[in-house]
Design a protein around this ligand. Structure first.
Ligand code: ZN
Length: 87
């Protein structure tokens, strides 16, 4: 089973929604998205300051443009220091 890594809780959902690290195409960058409300932050700074949060809505027929990030990708990203579960 695929391991999902989190960096903490959602600033909107608080204790209900954890922020999951995802890997985006085609940028190749990791971001975090709330597993409850799908609020997404592109950078650590935005997440910490609860700034520039946004949501992605796919149009009918569009494919997902992100997937769960792999440990190697997280290690190479600025999110690594915030991960709450060990690799
Ligand atoms: Zn949320």
């Amino acid at each position: 089973m695929e391991q999902i890594y989190h960096v903490g809780n959602c600033p909107v959902c608080r204790s209900y929604g954890r922020m999951e690290i995802i890997y985006n195409f085609p940028s190749g960058k990791c971001s975090v998205i709330c597993e409850e409300c799908e609020l997404e932050f592109d950078t650590v700074s935005d997440y910490i300051n609860n700034r520039n949060g946004h949501r992605i809505f796919l149009k009918s027929g569009e494919k997902a443009i992100a997937r769960t990030a792999f440990p190697k990708e997280i290690k190479n990203s600025e999110w690594y220091g915030l991960v709450t579960e060990k690799f």
